[in-house]
Ligand binder design. Structure first.
Ligand code: ATP
Ligand code: MG
Length: 633
């Protein structure tokens, strides 16, 4: 058995990486073999598998049909509407062909953009695969995003067709999409020529004559359609996906075709340990990169079944995910820490009520995994919990544990080691020099980035270079804009985002370090720390905490005592400079729809600024709580 260390070394060393990735490239079918594994003569632009022609949809569906036509491909569960549907590879392939023929009838050809603004329904996945089949570039926008967010993405991607639906549903409440969509199109400069609509019968859906087309009758016309796959150059774009916008204006991440397919297929083997007959349940949303990669493409590339879930983790009750694991014999579960924190508040009996024996591994990504959450899950379910760190930009994990290569012990609080293909560096922000063990630095990647990572920003090569490759002093490295530290054993820890730095009287403090300290106080369940402008000190830290037992802060006296106590905790652990000027108690924190803490929203309110484009909040009421808390101060 190869050691992971040598596997990783081989994947990045200039002498061996071509041979390494050539082997990985055998995991997919090529219509025309590539003649060059990597072209890197115009750094930072890397082109993988040059000269090769392939198609992602062919690799996700067609090539499996002879051997797995009757095997499950897509398991759709909606606890919002009480529906469940299972599609075999044959059935899924038929649906994708119907969708592809329908899109073709609306003028979609290779290179054209299709914006997908959909709830978590099978048609969304059909549309994505239909696009890659046709060589069209999809851009999935998280369903239910406000019109302004949608309009910005329509103008950037300039789609010919938008695929949408009457409504989504969240927590049992119907969210009509069509009014948001019409408003988004009205706000945008660019107008799509057609809007293809899936009518779920959830909300009224007025049609715009000459533009709106119903999918059901169009599908009927194409029941027996077979649309041949368009053979794409390996570096042709497959899709554009906008980043979450946690730190600013979203960036249109452009993904290639061949590199992405190879990276995902390879990750399923080496990181996600997929075997024939497996079922992966990735409880994310197709609007996020995790959904693109591990709900849609990777499981199908690997020829296994994927579970697509519309609903919350606790409706109808906190056992629903475990019930799905039992019923469909899920082998890999993939979700975000935020969901696990929600489950942790549920009756622990749910964990023992269901047969979870099929489950082999649980993967978490998207935000820092705190120790108590990791411990609860590992102990409660009794399966390894694998944290993995990555970004929309990379499309697949940067840090993680490649358990399919070698099972190394994990460390709580660490997503692990650099994934093969990634030459990860930690650099001093001011000098650009490499950091030593236990020295905090910016996590950066030496080019070329491995297959699967962004090839550029959509329509803006210059912004791609400037944004990502020119911020480390004296070196052309890709910056992740996250802080990290590496221990003596080579395990990395993510310490937060580089723009979440608070500068108190010349001391640079990370929001996350202070948050971790406050969260170690037994009364605190969750906390956000931000820097607020201060005439004297430049900035001061302010904390907004959610208590485990809210009644602990019912009276002003109790709040004051607890605030003092929390401050003492920080004093003891980090020193007085890190002590927040105030600790406020709220019952929820502002988060993005993908569950990430939106510190800049809190900061804007604290500094009396508009929260601007922050309408992508999970629950706008969280902002009111911040405002209310400040009123008393
Ligand atoms: P934007 O770039 O538009 O501000 P975003 O960074 O939130 O948005 P994503 O690409 O969805 O958009 O998120 C990637 C970021 O999420 C990482 O850079 C990191 O900050 C955080 N992250 C992801 N996985 C982990 C993890 N396992 N541990 C810690 N942080 C993580
Ligand atoms: Mg980011």
């Amino acid at each position: 058995m190869t050691s992971y260390a040598s596997f990783h070394a081989r994947s990045i060393s200039p002498d061996s990486r071509a041979a390494f990735w050539e082997e990985q490239a055998r995991l997919i079918d090529w219509e025309t073999p590539f003649d060059q594994v990597l072209e890197y003569d115009k750094p930072p632009f890397a082109r993988w598998f040059v000269g090769g022609r392939t198609n992602i949809c062919h690799n996700a569906l067609d090539r499996h049909l002879p051997s797995r036509g009757t095997q499950n491909a897509l398991i759709w569960v909606s606890t919002e509407t009480g529906q469940e549907r299972v599609y075999t590879y044959d059935e899924l392939s038929a649906e994708v062909n119907r969708m592809a023929a329908s899109l073709q009838s609306l003028g979609i050809v290779r290179g054209e953009r299709v914006l997908i603004y959909m709830p978590m329904v099978p048609e969304a996945l059909f549309a994505m695969l239909a696009c890659t089949r046709l060589g069209a570039i999809h851009s999935v926008v998280f369903g239910g995003f406000a019109s302004v967010n949608l309009a910005a993405r329509i103008d950037d991607a300039r789609p010919k067709v938008i695929v949408s639906a009457d409504a989504g549903s969240r927590n049992g409440k119907v969210v009509p999409y069509k009014p948001l969509l019409d408003e988004g199109i009205a706000l945008a400069q660019h107008k799509p020529s057609s809007v293809l609509l899936v009518d779920r019968g959830l909300a009224p859906m007025p049609r715009v004559a000459g533009r709106d087309v119903d999918y059901a009758p169009l599908r009927e016309q194409h029941l027996d359609a077979f649309v041949p796959c368009e053979w794409m150059e390996s570096s042709d774009p497959s899709y554009v996906l906008y980043t979450s916008g946690t730190t600013g204006k979203p960036k249109g991440v452009q993904r290639d075709t061949g590199g992405y397919a190879v990276a995902l297929a390879s990750s399923m083997q080496h990181i996600f340990c997929a075997k024939p007959g497996d079922t992966m349940f990735c409880a994310s949303d197709i609007g996020w990169v995790v959904g693109h990669s591990y709900i849609v493409y990777a499981p199908l590339l690997a020829g296994i079944a994927t579970v697509m879930y519309e609903g919350t983790p606790i409706r109808p009750d906190g056992g629903i995910w475990w019930r799905i694991v039992e019923k469909y014999k899920v082998t890999q579960l993939f979700t975000a820490p935020t969901a696990i924190r929600v489950l942790k508040k549920q009756d622990p009996a749910y964990l023992t009520q269901y047969d979870l024996s099929s489950l082999r591994l649980i993967f978490l990504a998207g935000e820092p995994l705190d120790e108590p959450t990791a411990r609860w899950l590992t102990e409660g379910v009794g399966k390894p919990v694998v944290d993995n760190y990555w970004q929309t930009e990379t499309g697949w994990p940067i840090l993680g544990m490649a358990r399919g290569v070698e099972v190394l012990p994990g460390k709580l609080g660490s997503p692990g080691k650099p994934v093969y293909g990634y030459d990860v560096k930690l650099v001093n922000e001011a000098t650009g020099e490499d950091c030593g063990p236990n020295e905090k630095g910016v996590l950066a990647i030496e080019g070329p980035m491995p297959p699967g990572c962004l090839s550029t920003l959509w329509g803006d090569d210059e912004r791609f270079v400037k944004t990502y490759w020119q911020t480390v002093p004296g070196r052309m490295l890709y910056s992740s804009f996250d802080w990290g530290v590496r221990d003596e054993d080579g395990y990395y820890f993510i310490l937060g985002r580089t723009d979440d730095v608070i500068n108190v009287a010349g001391h640079r403090l990370g929001s996350r370090e202070i948050e971790e300290s406050i969260a170690s106080h037994p009364a605190v369940a969750e906390v956000a720390v931000i820097g607020v402008q201060d005439a004297l000190k430049g900035q001061v830290a302010m904390a907004f905490a959610v208590l485990r037992r809210p009644e602990q802060a019912e009276t002003a006296d109790a709040r004051l005592a607890l605030e003092g106590d929390v401050m003492k905790t920080v004093d003891k652990q980090l020193g007085a400079v890190a002590r927040p000027a105030r600790v406020f108690f709220v019952s929820m924190l502002p988060k993005t729809r993908s569950g990430k803490l939106l510190r800049r929203a809190i900061q804007a309110i604290c500094e009396g600024r508009e929260t601007g484009d922050l309408i992508t909040l999970e629950d706008p009421a969280a902002l009111e709580q911040v405002r209310d808390a400040l009123k008393g101060a």
